[in-house]
Design a protein around this ligand. Sequence first.
Ligand code: NAD
Length: 368
Amino acid sequence: MRKLKIGVVGAGLIGQVEHIPNLLRLTARFEVSGIADASTMMREELARRGFSVYSDYRQLLELGLDAILIAAPDQYHAEITLASLDKGINVFCEKPLCFSVAEAKEIAMAQQHSGKVVQVGYMKRFDPNYELLLSMVPRNADGLRMINVEVQDPDSWPFTQHQGNFVKFDDVPASIIQEGSARRVEQVRRATGRTLTGAEMWGFTNSYCSSLIHDINAVHGLLDVMGLDTSKVIGAAFFANGDGGHGTVRLKGRDAIWQMTHLFVPKIADYNERIALYFDDVVFELTFPSPYLNHFPTKLTVARSDGNVWQKTEYRAGYEEAFIRELIGFWESVVEGAAIRNNIAAATRDLALAAALAEYALASQVAA
Ligand SMILES: NC(=O)c1ccc[n+]([C@@H]2O[C@H](COP(=O)([O-])OP(=O)(O)OC[C@H]3O[C@@H](n4cnc5c(N)ncnc54)[C@H](O)[C@@H]3O)[C@@H](O)[C@H]2O)c1
């Protein structure tokens, strides 16, 4: 089995709770050559744990890597992806791939030029129960009436306290933080056509691009198997001071809708993410656990009626971890040429919908 030399950029929450331990588990497929992080204290801690550490991702790109895993904050994704492709390095990039469709197109051109793999970290596509749902939904969507997405999100605190050696530091230099904020504002301006601040900035970057982007991608996958595409956005809003983001999109002309809402609930120690598909004769419902709870199965239920007799069946397609399966999928794409499940084209479509929702939300904000 070919072992890929991989570098990791960003050893924060998702780096420590998922990607680094998962790469270490997949010893036959990956060898972690080094980790770049902007925090000196994090680098010292990682060095104590035996990793080769770097302050700048560009140092990683000189190590003769086969692949890079980007788990740095969102505003660095595009730059690190482009620099890695330029060096002929395969890229696994956390979501969102970038903020704007324009940047995604630049990445697509660079990827075509390099011929390397770019996979986006939409791990839900590798969730065994999501795959099972894909196999179950009717190929003919005549009976579809509504898709409902609801995310109750306290962020990560209830799900990291039990993870023994998880560490967090706050010594990223102020100059890097300021530069990062400025580039985020510019990238969001490119995505939305406006300079966003406050609740609008938070709603767009957190509710839409960080959280709902997963569900947008997952629902796009479901629409694909039903042969459907989205049509007009008919509702969108940022609410609860930007802690909430909502969107409603028409499907099948005027016949069906897809509504989605994310709400940050900082004082509720429970995460709930639900995708429900309502057909005239069957309701499918997928309930995801917090992404930080490994091997915690997603629940899939299917409800039908035979006359008055209603029945609901719960399915479980095993305990495989989506975060591990997505890394195996990445390895298969790089080494065996397997189709890339979460490719740039898919991410571009997701970002285009996020931008369309933002356009509606910002316009209605002004009207209100
Ligand atoms: N797939 C998922 O479900 C999921 C969940 C959480 C986060 N994410 C994504 O993962 C990425 C990281 O999120 P997080 O929650 O781990 O963030 P985090 O803030 O916990 O960690 C980011 C790390 O990157 C480091 N860093 C900051 N600027 C850097 C730079 N310029 N170069 C190198 N390192 C830098 C920080 O020191 C920190 O250690 C984000 O893009 C986020 O959207 C994905």
